[in-house]
Design a protein around this ligand. Structure first.
Ligand code: NAD
Length: 569
């Protein structure tokens, strides 16, 4: 393929297709792989014409001129050069070394007193910054699959903890009430289906519902709660699991659900509630009016959104009191509700746990949302990696791979989300490296992860809520992680801070590394992926988690965790 065929280089467009095949456009696979990943987040993203990937405003680059410049730079980058990105813009190329990262990126990091949403919106409007999401600006997004396994594991753990087991027979007759069929939210009905659980997902935007139906994310569409319940009951009578999209506003529908007889067993929400201006449609607004009013009367829209979120949260509390398991699904819903209700209500709202209540045991063992992308675009390459993962690791991993290979629809370049831990990630990457070198794969594999990982994330309302040592808001760990990743020669290292509604709420680090079949790549994947999980283990060990301390001692990371000399003891 000639350089000119790079779809980002062709300029603004509503459809982007990532490069595929075994021919290089760039000088080597490290940069070709990153270019394909960049194209892929736009191929599977929500609004490529505006470079928006997911989470309301999460963008892949500052603007189209910068997107083209970045793509061009990736094509030209030499072995001993590193491209420097600042808030989605290519600002320079450094002479480094063949062992240095190919791309280093910092997105929207500001000192604390600048980290408010007003300043973010005005700087973003002036073209000076972007919200990079977690994986949008670092080109690690793989569509809804990125959170699909996380939601599946979460529902599974809830079923085991509260309903006696996670077999289809344990959740039979139960259902999930949730909302949001956007980039990430549309993973929810599929995760529920994989568990044998029926779902009703409330979505206010009819276009999102049409898309979800066409993609097989939901089975049927209902216009009213009564219609949705009728479909649920019909499926239950014939012993089927069903995924229903319900057109409506979550604030309105959740209030209605409180007074029905057949209450949901699982209740959450994955609208983009973290952003009261651009992410959550207030009750009573049409989508068209919302798009206009959020620019013209932004403060009113924010007030209305927060009032609606508070109404929805009140309904969730009532459903919890009636016996449902209610949790926040990583979107700052409780923070927004409290902005409306006032701090006096914080104890009441805190009765709704965040999802880390269920996922922390995995994180404290360094296990988290790892993923890989077959750069060839060939599903056969993904199948080789699926076989490898199913073979190499714990029975839970085999179970997931077997479910995912049949139950998870692909989007963009073939990719797999697979929760792996310390040592496991580097092992599969090194094996993939060997397989490509041996001609068993058509092109190299890119390994990456969600920023929401043991080391990579600080967000005191999401990934690091209720840490044992109170370090919920400490950002040392993702920053140390990024330093360790750069020191170990990962191909892309990114540090992101929150933008929009997440302003002031998060700091994260991201990594991508490509197994291109060379011995240098073997060193890079082993060292960087081990460094990443090591920092996660050290973080949790330092915070007082015994599992992490045990792994730290076993892996010779540091030995003093057995003693009273631990820094935060
Ligand atoms: P998105 O912007 O692509 O989609 C949001 C969807 O919510 C849209 O389809 C919108 O129409 C719908 N919506 C908004 N207000 C509504 C309302 N009142 N009633 C019904 N539907 C409404 O966002 P996304 O990528 O799906 O992400 C959703 C949220 O999940 C974000 O806050 C994001 O930050 C968060 N997130 C969490 C994790 C995680 O921690 N696991 C991962 C990724 C994203």
């Amino acid at each position: 393929m000639s350089p000119a065929a790079s779809s980002i280089l062709d300029g603004p467009r509503s459809k982007i297709r990532a490069g595929r095949g075994s021919a290089l456009r760039a000088r080597n696979w490290r940069t070709e792989g990153l270019l394909r990943a960049f194209e892929n987040v736009l191929e599977v993203g929500e609004n490529p014409a505006e470079l928006i990937v997911y989470a309301s405003l999460g963008k892949a680059a500052r603007n189209w001129a910068q997107a083209k410049r970045i793509a061009q730079a990736l094509l030209e980058l030499q072995e001993d050069q590193t491209l420097v990105l600042q808030s989605g813009a290519a600002v320079g190329v450094l002479q480094t070394s063949p062992h240095a990262p190919k791309v280093i990126s910092a997105v929207n990091n500001t000192v604390g007193r600048w980290s408010d949403s007003e300043r973010f919106y005005s700087r973003a409007k002036a073209g000076l910054t972007i919200w990079g999401g977690l994986t949008a600006g670092a080109w690690q997004y793989i569509g809804r699959q990125g959170v699909l396994q996380g939601t599946y594991e979460l529902l599974r753990i809830i079923a085991e903890r509260h309903f006696g087991g996670a077999e289809p027979s344990d959740v039979k007759g139960r259902w999930l009430l949730t909302s949001g069929l956007g980039g990430m939210g549309s993973s929810q009905p599929i995760s529920a289906r994989l568990l044998g659980l029926s779902s009703i997902t409330v979505e206010a935007d009819p276009d999102k519902i049409v898309r979800a139906k066409a993609a097989g994310v939901v089975d049927v569409v209902a216009g009213t709660l009564a219609e949705a319940l009728a479909a649920l009951h019909e499926a239950r009578a014939s012993e089927r699991t069903i995924a229903i999209a319900l057109e409506g506003n979550a604030a309105d529908i959740y209030q209605q659900v409180v007074s029905i007889e057949d209450l949901p067993s699982f209740v959450t929400d994955q609208t983009a509630a973290h952003d009261a201006r651009y992410g959550y449609i207030p009750s009573g607004y049409t989508v068209t009016a919302w798009h206009r009013l959020r620019e013209e009367q932004s403060e009113q829209v924010e007030r209305d959104a927060r009032a609606s979120i508070a109404t929805e949260v009140e309904a969730m509390l009532q459903l919890q009191a009636a016996g449902a398991v209610v949790f926040e699904n990583g979107n700052n819903l409780r923070v927004q509700a409290l902005e409306h209700l006032g701090a006096k209500e914080s104890d009441r709202v805190a009765a709704i746990p965040g999802f880390m209540e269920y996922l922390r045991p995995a994180f404290s063992r360094g296990i988290g949302p790892f993923r890989w992308i077959a750069l060839s675009g060939d599903p056969g390459d993904l199948a080789v990696l699926d076989d490898l993962a199913a073979d190499l690791f714990r029975p839970e991993v085999t179970r997931w791979i077997n479910l995912a290979r049949t139950g998870v629809p692909t989007q963009g370049l073939p990719a797999r989300s697979c929760w792996l831990g310390h040592g496991e990630r580097s092992e599969i990457a090194a094996r993939a490296n060997e397989l490509y070198a041996a001609g068993r794969l058509k092109a190299p594999i890119l390994f990456t992860r969600d920023h929401l990982d043991a080391a990579g994330m600080t967000n005191p309302r999401i990934g690091t809520e209720n840490m044992r040592d109170g370090s919920d808001g400490v950002t040392d760990w993702p920053l140390l992680d990024a330093l360790a990743l750069a020191a170990s020669g990962a191909d892309l290292v990114a540090i992101h801070s929150g933008g929009g509604g997440y302003s002031g709420w998060m700091q994260s680090a991201g990594v991508s590394v490509i197994a291109d079949g060379t011995s240098e790549a073997e060193t890079r994947v082993r060292k960087s992926l081990d460094a990443d999980t090591s920092v996660g283990i050290l973080r949790y060990a330092t915070a007082g988690y015994e599992d992490a301390a045990h792994i730290a001692a076993e892996s010779d990371l540091l030995t003093w965790f057995d003693t009273e000399e631990a820094p935060n003891a």
